[in-house]
Ligand binder design. Structure first.
Ligand SMILES: [Fe+2]
Length: 366
């Protein structure tokens, strides 16, 4: 299968991966031949890429690190907790809800950790295969996955990972206290509205600080995830070592997921473009070691992505090399401007002179 931009889908293309609507419901089942109506619906929903099957990429399997079941359960649990917190009028009552939910969230985090650990591949999140009415639950789930993958790469202990996981899953919990018309506003925010949104870090801190069963560090994850190394972040403009390590990890995970997710006001970036954003802030906004750990643990060129090599050949990523996310195995499908008669693979880890130079989205049309 390969990844193709929704814009270039043609009737008759065979869908390679099921697309879910909400956390469990199937919108389009894999194996189905897409018709014009379905393609129009995918565009309408703003899905940027989908997987399709074709003969050149037969046998290339794009698997998500996390099972459908864990994904669905996680998002449902986060949704329930956030909605209950949102209904509480006082921060104290919100803290009680967190205390009640903490056990369930802890079990969820341990479950996610064991799935990441038992997967011997790089972390792959096929985020665009899911449509959800509210971005915040999916985002919280993804940030947790990325943070835990970074934490594991940095050899944090089980206990540390559990706290980091809890801090990640609840990092944006303060958003439940932001008026919905501001939170869900599709257009540009006014300065005042932006100031209001920024308060979510502090709201989250106050809610979590009062929840007795939750470590104080979890509250600091919510408080600090928008702080930046050079002091340009908020709410306090902390600098360098004033920011807790977990806050720095969540910052990286948060920004990456934000730019690689499809939002109303802009199209999702591909993972390697998201990584560029992190690199451009590495050392100034983000901790360099954390960005490096992120690069090592997450699939930067996802399986199924069409790439151009420095010698002009075009291929589709067919496998990952663990720990070296920028040097995957590529199945060559085109050379000298012609489709090859027989496809073959190049392992970029063995051919160090061969590089990926482009994965222009227009290539996804072929
Ligand atoms: Fe946030």
């Amino acid at each position: 299968m390969r990844l193709i931009s929704t814009e270039y889908l043609n009737p008759g293309n065979i869908l390679g991966k099921t697309i879910y609507n909400g956390s469990k419901h199937v919108l389009l089942q894999e194996g189905i031949a897409l018709n014009e109506r379905m393609i129009a619906r995918l565009k309408e929903l703003g899905i940027p890429f989908v997987y399709i099957e074709d003969s050149l990429t037969e046998g290339i399997e794009a698997k998500s690190t996390i099972s459908e079941q864990t994904r669905a359960e996680s998002i449902a649990t986060i949704q329930k907790a956030f909605m209950e917190i949102g209904e509480q009028e006082s921060l104290i009552n919100s803290s009680f809800v967190i205390e009640k939910a903490a056990k369930k969230l802890g079990a969820l985090i341990r479950n996610i950790m064991s799935e990441i650990k038992s997967n011997d591949n790089l972390l792959t999140i096929l985020s665009d295969m899911y449509i959800h009415d509210s971005y915040i639950f999916i985002h919280s789930f993804h940030v947790t996955l990325y943070s835990l993958a970074i934490g594991m790469q940095l050899n944090l202990s089980q206990k540390q990972l559990e706290i980091l996981g809890m801090g990640s899953i609840l990092h944006d919990v303060g958003k439940t206290k932001i008026p919905l018309d501001i939170l869900l506003k599709p257009g540009r925010l006014t300065e005042l509205e932006y100031e209001e949104i920024k308060k979510h870090a502090e709201h989250g801190f106050h809610i979590l600080k009062k929840a007795g069963t939750v470590p104080l560090l979890v509250a600091h994850c919510a408080f600090q995830h928008h702080e930046r190394l050079n002091g340009s972040g908020y709410p306090r403009g902390l600098i360098g070592s004033e920011i807790h390590y977990y806050g720095k990890i969540i910052a990286v995970a948060d920004v990456f997921d934000a730019v690689t997710s499809n939002r109303v006001y802009r199209k999702a970036m591909l993972p390697h473009e998201g990584l560029e954003i992190l690199y451009s802030g590495s050392g100034s906004l983000f901790d360099q070691k954390i960005v490096e750990a992120f690069r090592k643990s997450v699939a930067i060129y996802p399986i199924g992505l069409t790439v151009v090599l420095n010698d002009g050949r075009i291929g589709v990523v067919s496998r990952q090399n663990v720990g070296v996310s920028d040097r995957p195995v590529v199945r060559i499908i085109e050379e000298n401007n012609k489709i090859v008669t027989e496809v073959y693979e190049v392992d970029l880890l063995k051919k160090m002179d061969v590089l990926i130079v482009d994965c222009d989205k227009t290539l996804l049309s072929k």
